[in-house]
Every structure is written in C-alpha cells, then in structure tokens.
Ligand binder design. Structure first.
Ligand code: NA7
Length: 318
C-alpha cells in the first residue's frame, strides 16, 4: 500500500482573472445572484462573477471560506434560506446529490421560505436526473423557477472561464443567467425544458472520460513494466490520431506522478456510481463502466480520493 500525501489545499487567488474575460464584453445583469457552496469550483466562479460586476450574496457550510469574498464585495448570509431571501437567482454548487438536496429540503434550506415568489434556483452541483427532478419539483411547488445547469470541465477550465454549461428546465432562468454563464463558460447549451436531460448528458460525458482514463492508466502501467519511457509513449501518442488534449494532459500527469486535483478522483467515482444507477433503472448493461467504477473505488480506498482522477494510474501500477 503506497504512502499517500494529501494534495495541498490551494487558497483561492482573488486577484487572478481568466484571460478570456477581457474578450467577452460582459454586461452584468442587474439582478442579485445568490451562491451556495464555495468549494474550488464555486469560489472560482464567484470570484469572476464579482469581477465582472455582478451583485453576489454567498453562503458556505464552512463559514471561513466566505471571508475573501466579503473583502471582494460580496454579502455573506448565515443560512441558504437567508441567501434566497436576499437574491433573485440562486446558484448551488456543492459536492454531491445528498448535499444538493440538503440545501433545498434541509433545516434552514431553501424551501423553508415557503413562497419563493418566482425566484430562480440553478443547480450546478453534479447530480443524477432523479435528484434534479426532486429538487425542481420542490422549487416549483414553492412558486420558484428551476434550471439544472451542469458544469462540464475541470477546475482549471473554471479558472480559465472555459467551462461548458449543460442546462435544462425553465428557459426564463436560462436567460436570466446569460451574463453569468458568459462570464464562466466558453459554451452554453440549453437541452430543453425537460428536467433531467442535462444531468444525463453530463454523466454520459463523464462516462467517456472515466473509461478513457482507466484505459490510459493501464496502457501506461504496462509500458512502465517494460521500462519503456512514459515520456516517449506520450510523445508518440501525441502524433497519432488518438491524441486528445485531455488524454495528453492526463498522460503527462500520470508520467510525472503529479495528481494535483483538477477533477478529484472522488468526484469521478461519484459520477460513475450515478451513471451505473441510471443504467440499472433501464436494464442497460455497462460492463466496462462497472469495472471502471471498481478501479476508481479501489484507488479511493488506497487514499487518493482528493487527488486528481489521473491518480488511478497508481493503482494500475500494482
Ligand atoms: P469541493 O472543492 O470539494 O467543494 C465542495 C463544496 O460542497 C464545499 O463548498 C463544501 O462545503 C460543500 N458541501 C459538501 N457537502 C455539503 C453539505 N452536505 N452541505 C453543504 N455544503 C456541502 O468541490 P468543487 O467545488 O470542485 O465541486 C463542486 C461541484 O461542482 C461538484 O458537484 C462538481 O462535480 C461540480 P465545505 O466548504 O466543505 O463546508
């Protein structure tokens, strides 16, 4: 069992800006935007929203993480419910479906405010279609409007303003979010008014990513057993028609043993679990994804939850 050092938690650099912002001519909406969840994704997004002139109200479970945003001009509230009271459009960006549901249905959650008075709720946490339907139903029953806006991309993509937004649900909310999405994303797709579709598309993309990454890790581990230089393999791979920016970047991280979390391994395994649950409900056979999930699950057990998904290479080398 390898000795694993946890990746360093990187403090958010409030002064950094994505280069793409200068070219986008963003006219900030005059609505007030609430933001629940200031993890790596949430804080990067909020930082750019403030910079582009949006009025932002924030809340995070660990309150200390709010301080840099107060200094940057955001208002902080004590509970999710307080954020909803103060904002017109509320984004949520937390780790998993359970966290996303807690913030809506839990104590001091969004729905404690019985009448949302046409306010908009936007779910950015990666969730499964059922969770999204439940949240959407709850919001609608309290006179709110709901949009699922799944974010596809790494933490670096967020820092670069290069996310892809996959949205579904209430079109008016999608329009209300225009200047925010333009700030953080290179592309935004509205996938229809049916809640759940955007979650499905996001999880399908994650399946491609997870399966590819495990294939890459196994192939590089075999090269390593033959003592073939991983750098040579990657340089040659770069010349082939198989090359993709993502696989190239992940291959380089595997070769260097640099697993700085761009997309944490725990998030990848969560996504594969959600994919397999979706497939189970349809009797859809996904043997390769099942094995991929097992590989990530085992790598988690080895202590690599918080590292990048590319740490799956460590397991393949055993
Ligand atoms: P991080 O950096 O791991 O941050 C996770 C955030 O979620 C952080 O703000 C957590 O609060 C919050 N969290 C987690 N569980 C809960 C519960 N139960 N209640 C309230 N808040 C919670 O993840 P990322 O920012 O990289 O990713 C966030 C999402 O974006 C994820 O779904 C990705 O797939 C896309 P904490 O600071 O620990 O108190």
């Amino acid at each position: 069992r390898p000795v694993v050092t946890r990746p360093e938690t990187q403090a958010i650099d409030m002064n950094s800006r994505s280069n793409t912002l200068a070219d986008r001519e963003i006219v900030p909406s005059d609505q007030t935007f609430g933001f629940l969840g200031l993890g790596m994704m949430g804080s990067t997004i909020v930082k750019d929203l403030i910079y582009t002139g949006h009025k932002v109200v924030v809340w995070n479970r660990t309150i200390d993480k709010c301080q840099p945003f107060v200094e940057a001009g955001a208002e902080v509230k004590d509970t999710p419910m307080d954020v909803v009271e103060a904002a017109d459009v509320i984004f949520c960006c937390v780790s998993d479906p359970k966290g996303a549901k807690d913030l809506v249905f839990g104590n001091c959650g969004v729905l404690q405010l019985k009448d949302l008075n046409n306010k908009a709720y936007v779910e950015m946490s990666t969730i499964d279609p059922e969770t999204s339907l439940d949240i959407g139903e709850g919001i609608k029953q309290c006179n709110g409007r709901y949009l699922e806006a799944q974010i596809h991309g790494s933490r670096q993509d967020a820092a670069d303003g290069m996310l892809i937004i996959l949205a579904g649900g209430d079109r008016t909310v999608f329009e209300d979010c225009h200047s925010c999405f333009k700030t953080i994303a290179k592309n935004t797709f509205f996938l229809g008014t049916d809640v759940g579709n955007a979650c499905k598309v996001n999880l399908i993309l994650q399946t491609i990513l997870g399966v590819s990454m495990v294939g890459l890790a196994e192939a590089l581990a075999l090269a390593d057993r033959f003592s073939i230089s991983l750098k040579d393999i990657i340089d040659i791979f770069d010349l082939t028609s198989m090359r993709s920016p993502m696989l190239l970047a992940k291959g380089k991280e595997m070769a260097k043993g640099d697993f700085n979390p761009q997309q944490p391994l725990s998030h990848m395994q969560r996504d594969l679990r959600l994919v397999l649950n979706m497939a189970e409900n349809l009797d859809q056979s996904m043997p390769v994804t099942s094995i991929t999930n097992e590989v990530f699950k085992h790598t988690k057990r080895l202590g690599y939850s918080e590292h990048d998904s590319s740490a799956v290479f460590v397991r393949s080398r055993f």
